[in-house]
Design a protein around this ligand. Sequence first.
Ligand code: NAD
Length: 441
Amino acid sequence: MADRYLNFTGTAPGRFLTRRLGLPQPSTLRRWAPERPSLEGELLHLTAGKTPSALTDLSSVLARTHPLKLAHDSSRPTAVVLDATGISDAPDLALVHAALHPVVRSVAENGRVVVLGAPVSPSDHHQAAAQQALEGFVRSLGKELGGGRTATLVRVRSAVAAESTLRFLLSPRSAYVSGQVIEVGETEGERPALDWDRPLSGRTALVTGAARGIGEAVAEVLARDGARVVVLDVPSAQADLVRVADRLGGTALPLDITADDAGERMASALAPGGLDILVHNAGITRDRKLANMPADRWNAVLDVNLTSVLRTTDALLKSGTLNRGGSVVATASIAGIAGNAGQTNYAAGKAGIIGLVRALAPGALAEYGVNVNAVAPGFIETKMTAAVPPLIREAGRRMNSLAQGGLPVDVAETTAWLSSPASGGVNGQVVRVCGQSLLGS
Ligand code: NAD
């Protein structure tokens, strides 16, 4: 369903009129394209904090994010990275203002502000107050920037462990990710040598619900990044599924994920090489207010969106089908964070995904060497949202800092970053792909 308002504000008269009327000003977002895979221009590296930064290798990591040109002074930066890991008490926050106030107005359209914070200390309430303050700061900045610019806070322990995250955030791939707080832990062992243009080379990915919509886009982006894809959907969607598999040089696996033996059938379809990336994307809605909701609608949603995700994940981990160094990405929703009238079943299932991811992540990494994260899409332009009544759809599109809906590819790019072998330090995170929706925290 085309966003006619976005197209209108993209014209000079449209922009003039909507500005005069004080209406939202969405900008056409700069997304990844084969001929323009990177953001261009200057990357301004700033530091704020009295305590010396722990990120001794940050400059060299940032220097590798070509073709952005690393600068310590720039009149029109495309991206600003502020190392605020040394902020350890409330008075230090003045340094954040001093660093960003002079440059914030000059950040280029579709630019990025990335603030690097330190993990919040549970035992030092001064450090905790100051570092938590960065969260409110970044979330507010995301709401102020406009022009397709985004703001993100990344809590880091080492710049090298955060390299894949920084590359993602400083690229057009993260166009619809703003106002987020992402924690990156340390990774153990040798870091794999990576071709950053095809980071998923040699990996096998299984994407559920991939016959259309977001799942199809995820399969496409994972294949673009080098993965061999196995696409799964219900048997009734087989024709579309085969079309997607053929287009991506992958394999179609027609299977209903609610089948009791779905996990075992996935495992045997993936033998002998196993699986490196498991993307739980299949999902359904059966909306009704609770007072009008029969048990079958409640059960169907919980069964597809949560129970089968738990069951198949357990089966694939326990059978050893998920290879060490692999990734699980499950699909939540902002409905699972903020709640939504008419979606008690759906929101319960999606909130359950968040619980599953947070609880499973530490153990899965320790025992199986697999990281587990969730993407939580906001309003994404798909068949699911095209079915929403026009007024609610229009509100859904505008009620975020970027004043527009996201595209399936935005969720796909986020999934690809979380599935990279270089993203092992990102674990147990729930990353919203929502243009910083006003709904939820
Ligand atoms: P969609 O309806 O277009 O696609 C979902 C796919 O899942 C379909 O191809 C469907 O056949 C498949 N599927 C459903 N039940 C299945 C089962 N039992 N076994 C195997 N496959 C099954 O939906 P979408 O908009 O692309 O959404 C994809 C995911 O993103 C879902 O989990 C959805 O809840 C989530 N999400 C979407 C939005 C949005 O705005 N579109 C927002 C938040 C979350």
